[in-house]
Design a protein around this ligand. Sequence first.
Ligand code: APR
Length: 234
Amino acid sequence: MTDIQNIVILTGAGVSAESGIDTFRDGGGLWEQHRVEDVATPEAYIRDPDLVHRFYDARRAAIQTKVPNAAHDALARLDAAWKGEFLIVTQNVDDLHERAGASRLLHMHGEHLNAWCTACDNRSHWTGTLIERPPCPACGLPGYLRPDVVWFGEMPYRMEDIYRAINRADLFVSIGTSGAVYPAAGFVREARAAGAKTLELNMEPSQGSHWFDEARHGPATALVPAWVDAMLGR
Ligand code: APR
């Protein structure tokens, strides 16, 4: 791995699964308890804002009871030690990468612990509930705060930064994602086109597994620390 300078890592719900946070598509996953169209779309929010707030208030509270696992810790260790360019692009809206110590990190689907004011566009750190329509900390108007989570039909965040990093990458690693949702599911093809090596670390072959030079299957808490140790020459 000596010719690897710049690394981009895509993470999905599988990296937080062993911390006790539901994935989206595994049996009994999050979406199966709520129909997607009931909670994660702008239309749902207009149709039934209380349902959407109850759903996200419950998720925002739940993630604060979870802790990072060995996969988050290993990725934070790599971030701290890696001298070249390094970026974790996470689809996850929990804050476990941050709490493990990762800093070169980008949430392309937003963050549970942020509230977005649709009156003044301010985003503020938020650990409480939104169902009681609290006032925005910036503009003071009540009733305009929504979860700062990218819903189906909305544009993921910072796509230009992501593609810029992928086009400079020598190695692209996908961890704990099913490859079911675009644009993230297409990143591996961007990386290949840019000449990067590609590696999948996932419990089982993802929908895009065949696009990867190498795929290792098993729990993230086993695969990721072993891979990071190899990258750091341990
Ligand atoms: N270790 C490694 N991989 C795991 C583990 C584990 N312990 N547990 C589950 N996985 C894998 C599953 O095999 C699956 O391929 O993680 C993947 C989780 O896939 P999804 O549930 O589809 O989650 P994700 O890929 O992050 O979903 C992408 O879809 O619903 C939208 O916005 C939502 O960000 C989400 C996006």
